[in-house]
Design a binder for this molecule. Sequence first.
Ligand code: AHM
Ligand code: MG
Length: 342
Amino acid sequence: MQNRVLTLDEFIFQKQSVVNYASGELSGLLRDIGLASKIIHRDVNKAGLIDVLGDAGKENVQGEGVKKLDVIANDTFISSLRVSGQCAGVASEELENFIAFTGSRSERAKYVVLLDPLDGSSNIDVNVSVGTIFSILRRKTSDGPCQLEDFLQKGVEQVASGYVIYGSSTMLVYTTGHGVNGFTLDPSIGEFCLSHPDILLPSDGSIYSINHGHRWNFSNGVKKYIDHCINSAGDRDKPYSLRYIGSMVADIHRNLIKGGIFMYPLSKSYPNGKLRLLYECNPMAFIVEQAGGRANDGQTRIMEIDPYELHQRSQIFMGSPKMMDKLEQCLKVDYVTEEVEG
Ligand code: AHM
Ligand code: MG
């Protein structure tokens, strides 16, 4: 019988010998991400005390206000990945172009990392959960500085992905394609400890997460699904609950544990969707699928979308399979109408 918790490093080391990343490079990379997350945890937790609140006075490449902590998180991850030697380069929500690390170890490294260093960062100022999202790809080029093609790969090519939620406790949740495991940070020992082994998303749920204030702006299919959630309360043992934190990591994490659906549809304000395919949608879709759920853009599985640019956006729906079935039924009105008109 195991008499103490397993730390993230111990867990990664154990898994390294039973799955196909026995060279230790991916393990090293995951450990480096864990270390960078602990530094961000420290900064997020004292955000009200140190001078990191408010705008950093510039906009990110998406034209959105950059918070100071976004910049700190971005720099922390990049330096950690740069020194690791296991990573050939990084692309981030906060960087217009990817960075190719130089030096013989990095240029020989097998992996590239895509990041949203601090997702939901507008929530920082009001003490609400935020998160980090990461996606790890095996590079396509074999040597020398990494290239754009190394990053522009479909989600199905991910070798690992995960997120860190800086919430009432800090948790790191990741997958390498062999299920999903969650680790809670014990700040007293400074270690992520296995707290949620083999996370399985309930097949059905009663939580729907969407920015309801934009309802007028959604397609008829999405409106139909929202109407279903509102109107079918009497037919169910438990009515649906709307829960929307506005930090995707926190919304998905809750749904993963309790069952539910998360939606960020396209709208007039975001004609291509808001969330970024490569470092927000793909990594979260990999987690959700590995936990037994589904993730699509209404028609195509998220992880099968062919990317053409680093900061590409997508509409996204993901969650419990039974809720996704109902949603897909409702969305048919959008696509049937398009076919008739086309
Ligand atoms: P960010 O990467 O700029 O923080 O934006 C992504 C966030 C998601 O975490 C969240 O689901 C969404 O934006 C909230 O957007 P909105 O305020 O439009 O509902
Ligand atoms: Mg983001």
